[in-house]
Write a protein that binds this ligand. Structure first.
Ligand SMILES: [Zn+2]
Length: 136
């Protein structure tokens, strides 16, 4: 089973947060926001502890802005929100296939220094990867 990423939790993980970022000045009804599946896997009880602002780091914003490019409306981080997707659903399965196949190759080259992948959730507060010991 996949265990919840919350440190100390031994419950099975069932959800992953998806960060949705609308385009600036466009109604949410009129377009598909940018969607970023975070890959953080948590149980139902701990999903509520996840905070949107912890994902919207400067690094994350910069990468999203570069991905969107200049041809489209800029992302409106003030209206960003989180939805949850099931780990046993098709959307997450597709995300995992994609993650394995083209790891960082899909990311545009960093402008100056090395930047981390926006999907890297290791630095998420209170959540972390399991140590080998915990994996059982
Ligand atoms: Zn949990």
């Amino acid at each position: 089973m996949r265990r919840c990423a919350r440190i100390g939790c031994k419950t099975e993980a069932t959800y992953s947060p998806k960060v949705c970022i609308p385009a600036m000045d466009v109604s949410i009804d009129l377009h598909q926001p940018i969607e970023v599946i975070t890959g953080l896997e948590v149980c139902g009880a701990h999903f509520g502890e996840i905070k949107l602002e912890d994902f919207l780091t400067e690094n994350f914003r910069g990468i999203i802005i570069r991905l969107v490019g200049e041809s489209k409306a800029p992302p409106d981080f003030a209206r960003a929100f989180i939805t949850r997707i099931r780990l046993d659903g098709k959307e997450y399965a597709a995300f995992e296939r994609n993650r394995v196949q083209n790891k960082p190759a899909q990311m545009p080259p960093p402008p100056q220094e090395e930047i981390s992948n926006p999907f890297d959730i290791l630095h998420y507060p209170a959540f972390g990867s399991l140590t080998e010991e915990e994996k059982e």
